[in-house]
Write a protein that binds this ligand. Structure first.
Ligand SMILES: [Mn+2]
Length: 381
């Protein structure tokens, strides 16, 4: 059995006014040709297929026609789990129809339906376990989110103990993973992070989604990977190489595991330059391919409008966020805040410590996270 593991497609992602679907399609084309050439049987998609819970029509067309249907025409199975950006109910509504195209969707964690058998390999699926869903599935209320998820994984493992070759396909945060800020920080705090030791040793391979940087979780007892995003979805991922995994599994276990690099259509580049240097730099910036986040350090406010106009004239189409102006005052402010953990939880913890002179108790931390969850309405990397 030959499998490809990808995740975090984020179809419908925009940067300023620019749609990134062109970048996504460019990556998906590479996955499809690789799968064709290497006679792949199954593509595993570990969540965050869409960037928004209500995807726009062009993004749906891209996923269904340019990806699912093309894989189907190559007789390739696609196994999909919902990520925290995806809507459980939208995925549920397309589940039955998608089966006609060999696409098997798991919309939410479900204790009665979480496996699919493909020849000698069983896929055990854990879509993003939202706090609400995992609490409903859990008998004990007084344990942490991460412990509830761990219990659910153990339950799924027990129920499939007669299967010899099993793959866990899950959208969740494993403690110790290296993140980029696009995962949305509240969801990757310790309270939510499942320890790598929670992964049962009976799995042959663990295909993860959620964290956007490709990585192997070395502390996990079995080969466990985040495949990461397929293109640099935000400037916090600027300069990051992108990959997917190719896995060959026979009746004994993994025969071959390969990291495959994805070519990037529009790389993202962060550039910071002083006001008096920026015009001289424009010809060089013009030659760069991709999108630029341009920060100009301002010293003389008078000439700013003229300079910004010139920049936009020359390289405007490369600047999805326009020109970011930074005055000396802002720079000082940024430096003085450097040591503070800027997640909402981090800020609140700092505040608590200053106000009450002690570390924030765990029950207050939990209550704060629950409130944040409700504020962010849909779970969100
Ligand atoms: Mn994501």
């Amino acid at each position: 059995m030959k499998l490809v593991h990808i995740s975090d497609l984020h179809a419908g992602k925009t940067l300023g006014n620019i749609s990134r679907n062109e970048d996504l399609l460019y990556a998906l084309d590479q996955i499809i040709s690789f799968s064709k050439e290497n006679r792949v049987n199954t593509v595993l998609v570990a969540g965050d297929i869409f960037d928004k819970a209500n995807p726009d029509n062009l993004s749906k067309q891209l996923i269904f026609e340019d990806f699912f249907l093309r894989l189907n025409s190559l007789n390739i199975n696609t196994i999909v789990i919902a990520g925290n950006h995806d809507s459980y109910d939208f995925f549920k509504s397309i589940k039955e129809l998608s089966k006609l195209a060999r696409v098997h969707i798991f919309d939410r964690p479900n204790p009665d339906s979480f496996t699919i058998d493909l020849d000698h390999v069983t896929i055990v699926a854990l879509p993003y376990p939202s706090e609400r869903v995992i609490t409903e599935a859990s008998e004990r209320a007084n344990i942490s989110y991460a412990e509830k998820v761990e219990k659910f994984i153990n339950y799924m493992d027990k129920k499939t103990e007669d299967r010899k070759i099993k793959i866990l396909l899950a959208h969740l945060m494993i403690a110790g993973a290296v993140c980029t800020h696009t995962e949305r920080e509240v969801h990757i705090s310790d309270y939510y992070a499942v320890p790598p030791s929670a992964i049962p040793t009976s799995f042959t391979y663990v295909a993860l989604g959620h964290v956007h940087k490709y990585q192997r979780i070395d502390k996990a007892p079995v080969p466990t990977y985040y495949s990461g995003t397929l293109y640099q979805i935000d400037f916090s991922e600027a300069g990051q190489e992108k990959y997917f995994n190719f896995i060959e599994i026979d009746k004994e276990g993994i025969k071959h595991l390969e990291t495959v690099k994805i070519d990037i259509k529009n790389p993202l580049i962060n550039i910071e330059v002083d006001q008096d240097e920026v015009l001289k730099k424009l010809p060089e910036l013009k030659k760069l391919s991709g999108y630029i986040k341009l920060i100009v350090n301002v010293k003389n406010k008078k000439t700013v409008p003229y300079i910004v106009d010139r920049i936009k004239e020359e390289i405007g189409e490369k600047l999805p966020r326009g020109v970011e102006l930074r005055s000396e005052y802002d720079t000082r402010k940024a430096h003085s805040l450097e040591n503070i953990n800027l997640t909402p939880l981090g800020l609140y913890k700092e505040y608590y410590k200053k106000e009450y002179g002690e570390e924030m108790p765990e029950d207050i931390e939990r209550a704060f996270i629950t409130l944040l969850e409700e504020t962010y309405e849909t779970p969100s990397p």
